[in-house]
Design a protein around this ligand. Structure first.
Ligand code: DOR
Length: 432
């Protein structure tokens, strides 16, 4: 039997923080208590560390199949593990698109071979992400899809979205909506506002995002089914969700670390590394995102890890690809910008980065208790460090956070009782 004993750490769960040891046998937590001992167990000393249930990323892009030059499932899940994620959900905008069960099972198989973070594929809503015809949703569910989304593209047709939401709900699943009215975006390259004017770039207004958030809320309310809003970026959109929740609509939402760490001024100098979709918004919107995280309107922090090669960013701003790599900075950005300034408790951080995303997608994750898989993220919340290119595990390096001084670092990541990351270093399969 394989035994792992995590000693001397402070366990963080939504119900509180407590100094507790954790014993796992064959990858499953069997005991949590004070001063545990276990014969023959490997000991992982967590003195000075906080032990979270393994982080869950409900929104990322692993790019395989089709865009292996940007990322592979192996490199992406290694980067995820380094960032403390033990479970990640990957979006279907691959080539071919994950709109059928053979792509879904290919992704699952590649993830198992890689052996790092566990991968839960998200199937497409529409065939080829074309927004015309529903994809084979039930087939994909049978082969491991955990939700449906056309992320990267909006589902512009209201009736297609209505049918997808109804069909997904019938299977106990949820549609994740990338909200963007392309007519209102009107080729905007960054947030509409002063910075866009200074740079002479076309603006993408918040109403382009929010009009579709409003549509999804109304559809969910009309049908009485759940919907999840991806990467919410701005205050007015959050307010729509806040009001909908208050009247009982089954709407949940996520934001991403860049929306609470940066505003649109990060695009100054035509910095394509800060080009994402939805775009970085105003400072007032950044503060509204933090308020949404604080008051419970926002349910989850997801990375939207979106790797792109150098060519896609070393070009004119309006031609550059949207997206930034997010796995390896997400936890530290949350500690630096939310926990340390006193905006979020550790319990709330645990909900946002583990318990809630697992609950929304019904994943076997996000619980630190006897009987659950031994998926753990051990972090030093005081460590100050500088994020440098040399230590990026992802195949792509597109991040605006290079050189950022961060507080809080993932030291060890354990998934299914295997130590994937030890002392902030990814372990090769045979070492783990
Ligand atoms: O910035 C983004 N990048 N937003 C998206 O919705 C898609 C993603 C990508 O696939 O690169």
């Amino acid at each position: 039997m394989n035994r792992l004993l995590i000693k001397n750490g402070t366990v963080v769960r939504p119900q509180g923080c407590e100094p507790l040891d954790i014993l796992a046998e064959d990858g499953v937590i069997v005991k949590i208590g004070k001063k545990l001992d276990a014969e023959g167990a490997e000991i992982l000393d967590a003195a000075g560390l906080h032990v979270f249930p393994g982080l869950v990323d409900m929104h990322c892009h692993l790019r395989e199949p089709g865009f292996e030059g940007k990322e592979e499932i192996r490199t992406g899940t290694a980067a995820a593990a380094k960032g403390g994620f033990t479970s990640v959900c990957c979006m279907p905008n691959t080539a071919p698109v994950n709109d059928n069960s053979s792509v879904t099972s290919f992704i699952k198989m590649r993830a198992e071979d890689a052996g790092f973070a566990k991968v839960y594929p998200i199937g497409a809503v529409s065939k080829g992400l074309m927004g015309k015809e529903l994809a084979e949703m039930d087939q994909m569910r049978r082969f491991g899809a955990v939700a449906f989304s056309d992320d990267g593209c909006p589902v512009s047709s209201g009736v297609l979205m209505k049918n997808a939401m109804q069909y997904a709900a019938g299977m106990g699943m949820v549609v994740i909506s990338h909200c963007e009215d392309l007519d209102l975006v009107d080729d905007g390259a960054m947030n509409e506002g002063l910075t866009a004017s200074i740079l002479g770039l076309r603006g993408n207004p918040t109403v382009a995002e929010n009009s579709m958030i409003a549509r999804e809320i109304l559809l969910a309310e009309y049908l009485g089914v759940p919907v999840h809003i991806a990467h919410v970026s701005n205050g007015a959109g959050i307010q729509l969700i806040r009001e909908a929740k208050a009247r009982g609509v089954k709407v949940t939402c996520e934001t991403c670390p860049h929306y609470f760490s940066l505003n649109d001024e990060a695009c100054m100098g035509y910095n394509t590394l800060a080009k994402v979709n939805p775009p970085l918004r105003s400072e007032a919107d950044r503060l509204a995102v933090i308020e949404g995280l604080r008051d419970g309107t926002i349910d989850a922090i997801a990375t939207d890890h979106a790797p792109h090669g150098a060519d896609a960013k070393n070009c004119e701003f309006d031609r550059a690809a949207n997206g930034l790599i997010g796995f390896e900075t997400a936890f530290a950005l949350a500690v630096t910008h939310l926990v340390k300034p006193g905006q979020l408790t550790l319990e709330r951080l645990c909900e946002l980065m583990s318990a809630n995303p697992a609950r929304i997608l019904s994943l076997p994750a996000g619980r630190l208790e006897a009987g659950a898989a031994c998926d753990l993220t051990l972090a030093d919340l005081e460590e100050r460090w500088v994020f440098t290119e040399a230590e990026i595990e992802s195949k792509s390096k597109n991040t605006p956070f290079l050189g950022a001084e961060l507080t809080g670092r993932v030291r060890h990541t354990v998934a299914g009782g295997r130590i994937l990351v030890r002392d902030a270093k990814v372990q090769k399969k045979e070492e783990a």
